[in-house]
Structure formats: C-alpha cells, structure tokens
Design a binder for this molecule. Structure first.
Ligand code: CS2
Ligand code: MG
Length: 402
C-alpha cells in the first residue's frame, strides 16, 4: 500500500488544532494529531515543507521505518515541533494499518489489558469552597479520580482555574498574557485545599494536583511532605524537569507520588527519571512524544522500573490524540491513568469519534483504526486564530515558569 497524498488541516473550533491526513492507493486514509499549543504553525510548516514531500510513494505499512526515517533521518533530532510532526505521521499510519486489518487499533497493539481506561477530570475553583463544589460535581459525573486546582489568596490568576469548568484553554491571546506568581502564598494555601477535600469527601476518590513546574526542588519536597496526610494519587510537574537529577531531592524527602512528562518529546527526556525511579507516572503523550511507536518504547522502559503511564490529555490535544491514546491505554501493561479534559461541543462536531465516557472510565470503541474522523467541511468554517500560552512572573517581576 503506497502513500499517495498527505495534507495538513488547521481548524479552530474554539481553539487551534492541527491534523495530518494521509491518503493511500488502496483508498484508506489515516489521521494524526500534530497540535502543539501556541506553536501550531511551526508544526504545519515542518510537516508541509520537510515531511510530506518525503512521504509520497512510501509504503504506508512501514511504520517503524518511517519513524526511523523521520527521527534519525532528520539529523536535527528531538524537540516539540519535530516530534509532534513525527507523531502525527506515526499515528496516521497506525490508523491506516488497523483499518487495513479491519480492527480497532488496540487489537493491533496486543489486545485489551483491562476492562476500561480510568480517567481523571479537572475540578477547579476560585477558592476552596468553589473547588469543593466542583469536586462534588465530578463525583456526581462518576469520576473515580479528580484533579483539584484552586485560586490562592493574593494571586490574581493561577494555572488551572478557569471560568469554563469542563474545558480549559490557557492560550488566551495572540501575545502572551502575563500572570503573577507567589510561591510562599501557594505553599501556604494548597495543603488547606486538600485538607478540606479529604475532610468532606474522605479517601475513596483518587485526588491529583498539578504544580505546573513552579517550585524549586526543595520547595517541591516541602509541598510533597505537607500533602502526605492527604494521600494524593500524584503531584504533577512539581519542578521543571530538564534537570532530571533534581528530582532526587524531592524523592529523598517525600512519598507523595510524582508525575512528570507532558512537555517531554522523547525517551531521552525521561530516561534518568525512570531508571532511577524518581517518578511514579510518566505523562508523555501520543501527540508530543513520537506517536504510538515511541510512546510504547517509553512505556516499556517505565515498566522495568515500576513507573506507570499517565498520558497528558488536555483540551489542547485533539480528539485524534485522545482516540489514539485510549487504544494505547487499553493495551499497555503498566497503565496508570488517562487525563480527560473534555473538548467543546464544536470540537466534538469537527472530530466525530468512537470513544465514550461512562462511570469514570473511557472506552476507545470498536471502530477500525483509532476511531476518530474529521468533518473537513465543518473544520473549514473555523479558521486559525493566533494564540499563545501565558507567561508568568514573580511578584518582583522575575520571569518564572508558567
Ligand atoms: C496541564 C495542561 O493538563 C495538564 O496537566 O499541564 O493544561 C497544560 O497547561 C496545557 O496542555 C498547555 O497547553
Ligand atoms: Mg500538567
């Protein structure tokens, strides 16, 4: 089966998505997500100018060779733009192969390892009271695992707290908006949130929290220790992890489980974290970490070191990514949990999909391939809108991690 054409579809049903569509001489098509929030057009160019011309005429079944061609053959390896483009090609080819085999993708990946994919929703509020109400709402929706984020007195706006309570779009302007951060105020407040959650709801539900890269390692160690009584499922991105060895400081001080990896794009970004057991969950995503092919490699390394998967699944990753992720989640032995930040109705209409949610679990569905399609006519009605993620500054103006 030969690749005969490939093109990029950019659409903005409430937020920008970049989708790669690959066509073959047997009439089968495959879709891959190539969305990098705030950097969408860079991936569009990389695909159109440097990848698609090399795909035409290639064997659509040669997934691994194509992956190696796009990774080793690129010379300039790794990085979010290169790897998102590689991911999109990889997922589109897995979609095609599963359709050619007339089976849902998870069957091609080794079959079902579990009854369903446990997911977590995002409860957030301007203060503790509103966050408790949102946690209650997600419990009512059947979630077994809930991430809780809340406003902090003295901080005007904070990551993860939004007016829309089901979806979250942080890329809110063409030029980055600026927010102000205070670690002392945050560290004093967060334990009160989880004390209130456990006091009200007990310990039956898994509770998660995303620090979003904002602490130094020793501050993160302090937070992890202070949250131990509340038995979090995980504390996410406690400190920027380019310096993987820094996580040793956190591990020495606390048993609160750690999840890192949503900004990683290859196994090399997390090799030390995994091999030294510095994390408990690896967050790498299908769309950003080299597609199904590379994510399986990361998961296999993680499996050797008691690390489980916890794929990133924010609103800014398209339903194509979510669909492919669920087939991966169903079949990977060391699955942990899947993030499930819902998409808007507009987005779901542009990307009809087979996956479903019920009682705290997601199912990828039984459609051949990854089960996600795109309505190109509807997609064309939503033109690209320049959007950038915010930047963050400390109260003295120092540029900090957003
Ligand atoms: C967050 C994301 O979902 C998460 O865990 O870290 O919302 C992240 O901020 C966005 O994906 C950035 O585009
Ligand atoms: Mg996160």
């Amino acid at each position: 089966m030969k690749i005969t054409a490939a093109r990029v579809i950019v659409t903005c049903p409430g937020r920008n998505f970049v989708t790669l569509k690959i066509e073959t001489d047997e009439g089968l098509i495959g879709l891959g997500d190539a969305t990098v929030n705030g950097r969408e057009l860079a991936v569009v160019s990389y695909l159109q100018d440097h990848v698609i011309p090399t795909l035409i005429g290639r064997d659509a079944h040669a997934i691994e060779d194509t992956w190696q061609y796009l990774y080793r053959g690129a010379y300039w390896r790794r990085g979010p733009i290169t790897m998102a483009a590689t991911s999109a090609v990889d997922v589109a080819l897995w979609d095609i192969k599963a359709k050619a085999a007339n089976m849902p993708l998870y069957q091609l990946l080794g079959g079902r390892c579990r009854t369903g994919v446990m997911c977590y929703g995002h409860a957030n509020g301007a203060d503790i009271a509103e966050t408790l109400d949102e946690v209650a709402r997600f419990i009512d929706m059947g979630y077994l695992a809930i991430r809780a984020q809340c406003g902090v007195p003295g901080i005007a706006s904070i990551y993860g707290v939004t007016k829309d309570k089901l979806f979250y779009e942080p890329a809110d302007a063409a030029i980055p908006t600026e927010s102000t951060w205070s670690t002392p105020k945050y560290l004093d407040h967060v334990p009160k949130l989880f004390d209130a959650i456990r006091a009200k709801f007990g310990f039956e539900k898994h509770i998660l929290h995303d620090v979003h890269h904002r602490l130094t390692p020793i501050e993160a160690a302090r937070l992890g220790k202070s949250l131990e009584p509340y038995r979090l499922f995980w504390l996410e991105d406690p400190t920027p992890a380019e310096n993987q060895e820094a996580l040793r400081w956190i591990r020495q001080h606390t048993v609160t489980p750690i999840a890192i990896g949503e900004v990683f794009n290859t196994i090399h970004d997390c090799r030390t974290l995994i091999q030294e057991g510095l994390i408990d969950y690896i967050r790498t995503a299908v769309v950003h970490a080299g597609g199904i092919t590379h994510l399986r490699r990361i998961a296999s390394l993680a499996d050797l070191h008691h690390v489980r998967t916890g794929c990133h699944g924010a609103t800014d990753m398209s339903p194509v990514c979510m669909g492919a992720a669920l087939h991966f989640d169903l079949s990977v032995p060391n699955f942990g949990i899947q993030e499930y930040m819902r998409h808007t109705t507009q987005t779901d209409e542009v990307f009809p999909h087979a996956y479903t949610y019920a009682d705290g679990y997601l199912q990828p569905g039984e459609a051949p391939g990854h089960g996600v399609t795109i309505d190109e006519e509807l997609a064309a009605r939503y033109p690209y809108r320049p959007s950038a993620l915010p930047v963050n500054r400390l109260e003295d103006g120092t540029l900090w991690n957003w």
